[in-house]
Design a protein around this ligand. Structure first.
Ligand SMILES: Nc1nc2c(ncn2[C@@H]2O[C@H](COP(=O)(O)OP(=O)(O)OP(=O)(O)O)[C@@H](O)[C@H]2O)c(=O)[nH]1
Length: 421
């Protein structure tokens, strides 16, 4: 993959996964800043409960769908939220000044570290084996903080609040230098994770870190804590729902909607529609010659071109090297030129392959050159397309698909790289 392609892929993925959290974060700032004071006391009480409600919903989803990274992030936020609300409501009351200082510094120092740890701690094995270990990590920290508070251990507070490198600690920071450094380290590492593996879940985990930083910084501004923690919960719920939806409806390899999504669309069709079935030509031979990995790369390329079909066609991966394009409310005559363009675009596209995939022996090399475009470091494939519309005996989507399959068979027999009706 060239650098440009790699960067484009990351930018596209970032746009898909990080745009919504960023926008919601930007919208929440003025709401929390200016809107909160306008709410009645009852609404304010509800707002302070809202994070717990959304955290509970999110945790339930995580348990059902085995999203341990999100679950542990939620637990970290719940502990932070409970600690901060208790700390604010007991100033001068049940907690001593020492306890308040220890709890605030512990949350702001350990919070970003835990968010970082749980973002990188991959979900391996089963929930039953993983969850207790992760819970023990959090439990051990809580126990340690409790001990420090119980025994009023002054050196810990000194350690937490010491000024290590004054030049690196900005004046506006309301958190201790160590907390500030840990936020920066976590921020950098999680930005790296977001760039390396852009996904809705990673974007939500990253947002949780930003939100913990905002509330730690602005703890004394009324409303910030509840409203931002509520937003963190919403972003985490949204990410779990989005990823679960994608897993069920999107094909993993190509990113196109899969068979399940197609079936759902077929059930919603009206009385007029066109279905095109397409299939990569001689793909078995291609796989045998170049290997399955390059075969996968080609399928991704073909899917990307099919996805960009014009005329309002909706693309799906039907299975294997077969794809489907659906034209709701359109007839074959309308769809044909758009399908012809897709066929032509794919046939004319020379896909770059990496040098390490070059053939090792002369015979394979000669074999491969049959499928190669003019440049020896590229490959190209063609597709055949069969099209049919709802008419006559073809009344159900299944019958129209069968008719499109028959047309595809004719396209193959007519020499391939063709569109047949
Ligand atoms: N690399 C890769 N290959 C796949 C995938 N899914 C299916 N295939 C391969 O696609 C090939 C399909 O071969 P066939 O159905 O015999 O058809 P064909 O070789 O394309 O020949 P025609 O359709 O007659 O042009 C098989 O070798 C499958 O292993 C996939 O996800 N990745």
């Amino acid at each position: 993959m060239t650098v440009r392609l790699f960067v484009n892929r990351i930018l596209f993925k970032l746009k898909e996964s990080a745009l919504v959290p960023l926008l919601l974060l930007l919208i929440t700032i003025p709401v929390a800043h200016f809107g909160y004071s306008a709410f009645s006391p009852t609404v304010k009480d509800l707002i302070s409960l809202a994070p717990y409600i959304v955290f509970t919903a999110a945790a339930t989803l995580c348990l059902v769908y085995g999203r341990l990274r999100v679950l542990m992030t939620l637990l970290t936020l719940v502990i932070a939220y409970w600690s901060f609300t208790t700390l604010l409501s007991t100033v001068g009351q049940s907690w001593s000044k020492f306890t308040i200082e220890i709890v605030f510094n512990a949350v702001t120092i350990l919070g970003p570290l835990n968010l970082l740890l749980f973002a990188f701690w991959q979900e391996k094995g089963s929930m039953v084996t993983d969850l207790p270990t992760k819970l023990m990590v959090l439990g051990a920290q809580i126990f340690a903080i409790w001990l420090v508070c119980e025994y009023q251990h002054q050196p810990t507070l000194f350690f937490m609040t010491q000024m290590l490198w004054p030049a690196l600690h900005p004046d506006w920071a309301n958190i201790s230098p160590i907390a500030y450094y840990f936020f920066i380290i976590s921020f950098l590492a999680m930005s790296g994770l977001m760039l390396w593996q852009p996904s809705t879940i990673n974007a939500a985990l990253f947002s949780a870190l930003i939100i913990l930083f905002i509330v730690s910084q602005q703890l004394l501004i009324p409303g910030y804590l509840s409203i931002f923690m509520f937003l963190a919960g919403i972003l985490l719920v949204g990410a779990v729902v989005h990823e679960t939806f994608n897993m069920a409806f999107k094909d993993d390899l190509t990113g196109l909607p899969g068979r399940r999504a197609l079936n759902e669309q077929l059930a919603k069709l009206g009385r007029n529609y066109t279905i095109a079935m397409m299939d990569v030509d001689h793909f078995k031979k291609f796989n045998d010659t170049y290997g399955h990995d390059i075969g996968d790369q080609v399928l991704k390329m073909v899917a990307a071109k099919i996805k960009r079909v014009t005329g309002g066609g909706k693309a799906f991966r039907y299975g294997g090297e077969e794809f489907t394009i659906l034209y709701p409310n359109r007839d074959v005559q309308y769809a044909l030129p758009h399908l012809e363009t897709v066929r032509e675009t794919i046939a004319n596209y020379a896909m770059k392959i990496r040098d390490d995939n070059r053939p090792q022996d002369d015979n394979t090399g000669k074999n491969r050159r049959g499928n190669r475009a003019k440049d020896p470091s590229t490959v190209s494939v063609t597709i055949s397309i069969g099209v049919s519309q709802r008419e006559g005996a073809n009344k159900t989507p299944e019958q129209v698909i069968k008719a499109a399959d028959d047309a595809l068979y004719r396209a193959k027999h007519a020499g391939r790289n063709k569109v047949c009706t």
